[in-house]
Design a protein around this ligand. Structure first.
Ligand code: FEO
Ligand code: CA
Ligand code: CA
Length: 655
């Protein structure tokens, strides 16, 4: 896929593709990989298959280490930003280990294929392996959500791992050459979600937990872009959801572009469909609806439609409406059918962070990662009931979806997307609540919601009541006819992004709130960051920020505090107050790689993290092998992976 495809898309509707340059900048800026793309690589790989892994090598000594946090709650020695080396860096006294790479067996009983060096494996094998490009991730303690004390289990559980997108040039021995049905099937099989079982032996005193994948596991599962699912909520059965293959509009095959996520209080996983529009062949005549959702002539990124006709909107126009949802999965039941929860609205969804209200209902906060798009909240009608997934099977089908308006004086309001109220009427193009949720962008436009700088993850600090959202960047703000700076998006353009937070007047279900800018990317105080993306509030109330920043976004030089050639994970103590000065750099990613999916165990002694789209260290000698500087195994195809980070003395992470 040439970068030109992305450049052709106009900025206002252009979510991740033009604004998240990481993958494509990597392709453009990594001469080694470009060379491979031109030459083909199968011969290189077999010769280098025996190279040894380079994971979590000792971090280089920071030249001028910043101080630990002033609040005293963060005790690690922060890292100084470095460009050299391909390794993952963590502070002195910590170790990161590989857990689950693209192509590792998931662990379903029976055949457990391993990734061959030339990626010549079949689609059937790919469906039993980790998918590509790990992203959001959730922790599900065993033996299960209803077992006494299970919620606190920090040694044995399930991880649900999103696989966001495919890199066809890594997935097949010869990339896109000779695109065919087998390659299409393999591409679909490399997406979706993994459910894996992980366990650590109880460590001795002063020892860290040592984690291993449990294989085989009765929980192990892969959900792909072809897995049968159910559609529930107001869009189920709607005329805009009916297709030739599903005349009832209640069944759909698969989920893809699964970005961030959420974990419900009843122990299910929410996986979020982000940039779905690029997977479809557009119709010749684009409607306003198509355009508002990002379809453009020539704007398709994949060739799936040539062999899976449901992706050809010229023949099946409604298939497009059946993606862009939050999908609920019961990780404890590998036979369960995933459900698209349409009451939460359609969006290029980033994440779906859940929190309980005081009365036992649930709130779900959701960013839509596209330039000038919106922030959403769903509040359930009913209270969460004990009994796990079975007792709450319809909870996310009834409730109120709202979109955020941030007013200039630091106050804000949730605007309900409720059919029949305000402009959301048949006369205005919304025939019923199903059409409101399918056309949630248009409904939010009509309500006057605030257009944000690509809202990505949200995080809820239940103790303080603050809710955080990362606004990753928006280099188009202020350009030409596009919106300029406003109170909640104070910089135009905004290449480094920022983090907002708000506190409700009442509980998390209240209609109004106060908000403030928590931290601006690119600030020189503290440890500079750009492209905030993944957010996590850990059980102690510490805020963790994972970045997805393009080093080309700011033309800075080594020595400049804003020189950020690699992505990172930072921690801060939000109790110390807002400001970039509070952020401390805990991890530096391998070259070219995005940091995402942070998950802390309840005891805070294990941090699971995903490293997405690792690149190739340009400093490595590539004269004999274009992937000499690849992560995690030099000389082999780069592989996104889950890593597990522990403190060497077995103590809490970050303290
Ligand atoms: Fe998939 Fe917005 O990151
Ligand atoms: Ca993201
Ligand atoms: Ca991102």
């Amino acid at each position: 896929m040439p970068k030109a495809r992305f450049a052709e898309l106009p900025p206002p509707d252009d979510c991740n593709p033009s604004g998240n340059p990481s993958l494509w900048d990597l392709l453009d800026s990594a001469p080694n990989r470009r060379h491979w793309l031109r030459q083909g690589a199968a011969a290189w790989l077999t010769a280098w298959a025996g190279a040894s892994p380079a994971v979590a090598a000792a971090p280089p000594t920071p030249p001028a280490p910043p101080a630990p946090s002033a609040s005293g709650r963060l005790g690690f020695q922060p890292l100084a930003m470095t460009a050299g080396g391909a390794a993952l860096q963590v502070p002195t006294g910590y170790t990161a280990r590989l857990l689950y790479r693209w192509g590792d067996p998931v662990g379903m009983p029976g055949h457990m294929p391993e990734l061959p060096p030339d990626a010549s494996h079949s689609a059937a094998d790919q469906a039993r392996m980790a998918g590509m490009h790990h992203d959001g991730m959730g922790w599900f303690p065993l033996p299960g959500p209803e077992a006494p004390g299970a919620a606190a289990n920090s040694r044995h559980g399930l991880l649900a791992v999103n696989h966001e997108y495919t890199d066809e040039n890594l997935l097949h021995p010869d990339g896109m050459t000779g695109w065919n049905a087998a390659k299409t099937a393999k591409s679909l099989a490399a997406l979706g979600v993994s459910i894996i079982e992980v366990q650590a032996e109880e460590p001795g005193a002063g020892q860290p937990p040592r984690w291993a994948l449990q294989r085989p596991s009765r929980y192990a599962r892969r959900i792909t872009a072809g897995t049968p699912m159910r559609i529930a909520g107001p869009a189920a059965g709607h005329r805009m959801m009916r297709t030739e293959a599903d005349p009832q509009g209640r069944r759909v095959l698969g989920t893809f572009n699964n970005c961030a996520c959420g974990v419900t209080p009843w122990g299910t996983y929410l996986t979020c469909e982000e940039n779905f529009h690029g997977y479809f062949e557009p119709p010749e005549q684009l409607s306003d609806h198509h355009r508002r959702w990002g379809l453009r002539p020539g704007g398709r990124w994949h060739r799936w439609h040539e062999f899976e006709e449901r992706f050809d909107l010229r023949r099946h126009p409604n298939e497009f409406n059946r993606f862009g949802w939050v999908v609920e999965i019961d990780p404890y039941d590998p036979t369960s059918t995933p459900v698209k929860r349409s009451a939460l609205g359609r969006a290029t969804h980033e994440g779906a962070t859940c929190a309980l209200l005081r009365d036992g209902r649930v709130a779900v906060f959701m960013g839509e990662d596209a330039r000038f798009e919106y922030l959403y909240r769903f509040v359930s009608r009913d209270r969460v009931r004990p009994g796990g997934a079975a007792a709450n099977r319809d909870l996310l089908d009834h409730g109120t979806l709202s979109v955020a308006r941030f007013d200039a004086e630091g106050q804000g309001r949730w605007l309900p997307l409720r059919h029949g109220h305000g402009p959301l009427t048949r006369a205005q193009g919304f025939a019923d609540q199903g059409e409101v949720v399918i056309k949630a962008r248009q409904a939010s436009d009509a309500l006057g919601a605030t257009k944000l700088d690509r809202p990505e993850w949200t995080a809820v600090d239940a103790a303080s009541g603050w809710v955080y959202v990362s606004l990753t960047n928006n280099s188009a703000r202020g350009k030409a006819e596009l919106p300029g700076a406003d109170a909640a998006n104070p910089r135009a353009p905004n290449p480094m992004g920022h983090i907002l937070r708000w506190k409700h007047h009442g509980d998390l279900g209240s209609e109004t709130f106060d908000w403030e800018v928590f931290a601006l990317g690119g600030e020189a105080e503290g440890d500079a960051f750009g492209g905030p993306d993944g957010l996590m509030i850990d059980p102690r109330g510490l805020l963790w920020v994972a970045t997805d920043h393009s080093p080309t976004a700011v033309p800075a030089q080594p020595g400049d505090r804003l020189w950020l050639p690699r992505n990172q994970l930072l921690a801060c103590d939000p109790a110390a107050g807002p400001g970039a000065a509070a952020l401390r750099r805990f991890l530096i990613a391998p070259h070219g790689c995005e940091v995402t999916g942070p998950v802390m165990t309840p005891d805070c002694r294990t941090l699971f993290l995903n490293l997405q789209h690792p690149g190739v260290d340009p400093a490595a000698d590539a004269s004999r092998n274009p992937w000499a500087g690849a992560w995690p195994q030099p000389g082999q195809r780069p592989r996104s992976a889950t890593v597990v980070i522990t403190k060497d003395d077995g103590g809490p992470i970050g303290n």
